[in-house]
Write a protein that binds this ligand. Structure first.
Ligand code: FES
Length: 131
């Protein structure tokens, strides 16, 4: 049983849709199921503070709810704070215990956001997949 909050974010995703002129735009998939999430990020003039985040995606309740919650959490954060996040932050955010399979669903949005930030900083990123 998922918590009510996860179902709510799945059924009524926050910040769903594309941003018109994003500073960061990146897509990734969970290769186990083919589900995808694309994240869009708009930065403040300092090129570091996240002003707006949105996403589009196709997938299970956990992956989509995680993207929805993360889109709210990231607003106001710095790019380095995004890069420092780990899977425990996502599990805490979701508030449920997850099997290893489900953890791949949960961290997809985080991985997409982190790889998008890395690309923005000029780092090489191969195709984004949850591992
Ligand atoms: Fe595909 Fe969860 S089953 S991301």
């Amino acid at each position: 049983m998922y918590r009510q909050q996860i179902l709510d974010h799945y059924k009524n995703p926050r910040n769903y849709g594309e941003l018109e002129d994003p500073d960061i735009e990146h897509v990734g998939e969970n290769p186990m199921c083919g589900d995808t999430i694309k994240m869009f990020v708009e930065l403040a003039d300092d090129d570091d503070t996240i002003e707006r985040v949105s996403f589009i995606g196709d997938g299970c309740a956990i992956s989509q709810a995680s993207a929805s919650m993360l889109s709210g959490e990231l607003r106001g954060e710095s790019l380095s704070a995004v890069q420092e996040m780990d899977r425990d932050d996502i599990i805490d955010m979701l508030g449920v215990d997850l099997s290893p399979m489900r953890i791949k669903c949960a961290v997809l949005a985080e991985k997409v956001a982190q790889d998008g930030v890395a690309i923005h900083k000029g780092e090489d990123v191969e195709v984004t997949k949850t591992e």
